[in-house]
Design a protein. Structure first.
Length: 364
């Protein structure tokens, strides 16, 4: 069943995060205007934070940003990004966790040092009393009892210190384990696209590097899928509708590929797929399946009740034997994608065959 994911009558606009922006501005201009008005530094993580607040998918972030006032400090902005676990702030989260871990280890080291000092003090007292008893055989029973009482008290104090130290070490280890889990979660978030939940470009490049590390491995295919004229879709139907479209596409792509295959959102409207042990023919069949999955499941209507049309896609394919490096393989797939964009009647292009034919047509 096809899904109508956006329509002109439902055109949406990014919410205002504590400031009224000009209705004639596009989203990028609105963000830049908001940051300039509130004297927010032009850092990538600040741009991402404001973009997420304007995007409408995180109203809590928008409210919190508005609550910071007219001139929020960088520290307040960073704390807000950490609170809402934005991918752009995961590096800060990891730094914070590392700093807290170092401080915790320093505190545990101090506790261990105090425990050792207590042991040394008790051992010294025991040695002193033992030597005193050996050297002075005339000491009375009262003095011996007093010294034994002292040793008993010192031993009890040492036992309490050891018990407290064991508890502090246990709690410290639990905090370190929790920090490690949080660090792993932060790393995972850095690899995840916030809108679609798919792996992002960083995760894609990591997987691509791993895939091509073994030169003896079977051929792998890289397929890049791009939405035709996505900018005009956003302009006509609104950014919120465009975001819904991307989320629907991501869900369809997940269902279309196999468990061991890989899909990531690598750009605003671009998705990349990696397939192991496939031929050119296999890759072309897979690309046709991806194209058909979107064509059969996503439509759009310019007006309510108007004729619905399928979503246009362009697809570029490149196989690992055509490239000496991950970046070259990606470049090859993007060259094929460029050829596919230029010929809507043949929306699937394979490198190098399609690129060579396109160059031949230009020469002719």
């Amino acid at each position: 069943m096809q899904q109508d994911v956006y329509g002109a009558s439902r055109k949406s606009h990014p919410p205002q995060a504590g400031a009224r922006q000009g209705s004639g501005l596009d989203p990028l201009q609105k963000i830049a205007s908001f940051m300039a008005k509130h004297e927010i530094a032009g850092l990538p993580r600040n741009y991402h934070l404001v973009h997420e607040a304007f995007d409408g998918h995180n109203p809590g972030l928008a409210r919190d940003l508005g609550a910071l006032g007219q001139r929020p400090t960088q520290h307040a902005l960073d704390q807000l990004g950490l609170k809402h676990r934005l991918a752009s702030h995961c590096g800060l989260a990891e730094e914070k966790l590392q700093s807290e871990g170092v401080a915790l280890l320093a505190k545990l080291s101090e506790h261990v040092g105090l425990g050792i000092l207590h042991k040394q003090t008790f051992a010294h007292a025991l040695e002193t009393i033992s030597r005193s008893i050996r050297e002075d055989e005339t000491r009375g029973i009262g003095e011996l009892i007093a010294e034994l009482d002292f040793l008993a008290a010192a031993a009890a104090d040492l036992l309490q210190t050891e018990t407290e130290l064991a508890l502090k070490l246990k709690n410290g280890l639990q905090q370190i384990e929790a920090a490690n889990r949080a660090a792993e979660a932060a790393k995972a978030m850095m690899m995840k696209d916030g809108l679609t939940g798919l792996p992002n470009r960083l995760a894609f490049m990591k997987r691509l590097d791993e895939l091509l590390e073994d030169s003896a491995a079977p051929a792998a295919a890289l397929i890049v899928v791009d939405i035709d004229d996505f900018r005009s879709i956003n302009q006509q139907f609104g950014q919120d509708a465009g975001n819904r479209l991307l989320k629907h596409m991501a869900a369809i792509f997940r269902k279309t590929i196999k468990k061991n295959d890989f899909v990531a959102r690598i750009d605003g409207d671009a998705f990349a797929f990696l397939f192991r042990d496939v031929t050119v023919e296999d890759a072309h069949v897979i690309a046709e399946r991806l194209h058909a999955a979107i064509e059969n499941n996503l439509v759009f209507a310019a007006e309510p009740g108007a004729h619905s049309g399928g979503l246009g896609l362009s697809i570029g394919i490149a196989l690992s034997p055509t490239a000496a490096s991950p970046m070259q393989l990606l470049a090859n797939a993007e060259k094929a994608l460029h050829v596919a964009r230029a010929n809507p009647r043949q929306p699937i292009a394979v490198y190098p065959a399609a690129v060579g034919r396109a160059a031949g047509r230009q020469v002719a």
